[in-house]
Design a protein around this ligand. Structure first.
Ligand code: DGL
Length: 281
């Protein structure tokens, strides 16, 4: 069984792609509605809540957990992998992964394992725009990891602090478009109106308004589909670590929330129209 974690229902954009890609794998999805949204919270809270949810998923039998949330990945993943997991009872048998690494790999066309500039990337002078929550952007994880591999790439970052909440609350299309337009304009101001080569929608909610980013970014800019690049990378990881697929019961899916399952149902269907029912974690 594979665990997928998000602060709320945004990670369903990632889970949906994984379920389509691995129809015979069992998944358990945990949404931390008791503490959502994470995007504007202090880092220590994000680390503590994420660790608690990963522990919960491990206790339920998931040996591999994917943080299907940019904020949790950006703020908590390194701490969990380097400080918590090696000292936990699950050391050596369980693992936790995130969604920043596959996105950086796709944006830089460089494998994650390569952490220094390589030919021809060292001549790569592209511009990459990153859109995310306050906490993801302030973590600096995207520019840091991109520049390790491609130091000559220009990375512009833009906080879209209200966008995830507006999507989750089913704000009208015009309100969503205003937020996207403000974000893209601010990003383009940073590039001096030069179109970025690629745009990372670095928040699990943003694929739902990709059409609005498409409308407000120059046609030249390629938008990376995070659920797709995460699923590509996960496929590659599972091919190398098939032990995490052992004991699967043929495609069981369970959806859990730390909040009220009835409250979650309507919002979840925005992200995945025929999604199964959530249960209380
Ligand atoms: N899922 C989160 C992300 O990808 C956004 C929602 C939140 O702020 O909790 O950044």
């Amino acid at each position: 069984m594979i665990g997928v974690f998000d602060s709320g229902v945004g990670g369903l954009t990632v889970l949906r792609e994984l379920v389509a890609r691995f129809p015979h794998a069992d998944f358990v999805y945990l949404a931390d509605h008791a503490h959502v949204p994470y995007g504007n919270r202090p880092s220590e809270d994000v680390v503590a809540f994420t660790r608690g949810c990963v522990e919960d998923l491990f206790q339920r039998g998931a040996k591999l957990v994917l943080l299907g949330c940019n904020t949790a990945t950006a703020v908590a993943l390194r701490r969990l992998q380097q400080e918590w997991l090696p000292r936990s009872p699950w050391a050596g048998t369980h693992n936790v992964l995130g969604i920043v690494a596959p996105t950086v790999e796709a944006a830089t066309q460089t494998p994650w394992a390569i952490t220094s500039p390589q030919y021809p990337q060292k001549y790569n002078t592209d511009t990459i725009a990153v859109f995310g929550t306050t906490r993801t952007i302030s973590s600096g994880v995207y520019p840091e990891e991109i520049r390790k591999r491609c130091p000559k790439v220009t990375v512009v970052q833009q906080v879209c602090s209200e966008l995830a909440g507006a999507i989750e609350n089913e704000a009208p299309e015009s309100a969503l478009e205003e937020l996207v337009a403000a974000g893209t304009q601010a990003a383009l101001q940073q590039t001096g109106n030069m179109p970025p080569h690629r745009a990372i929608l670095g928040c699990t909610h943003f694929p739902l308004v990709e059409h609005l980013f498409r409308k407000h970014l120059p046609p030249f800019t390629r938008i990376l589909s995070q659920p797709e690049v995460v699923a590509d990378s996960f496929e590659d990881y599972l091919a190398r670590h098939s032990k995490y697929l052992a004991g699967n019961e043929g495609g069981k899916l369970s959806l859990l929330t730390t909040g009220d399952p009835d409250d979650v149902a309507a919002t979840a269907s925005v992200f995945w129209p025929d999604v199964a029912k959530f249960a209380k974690a």
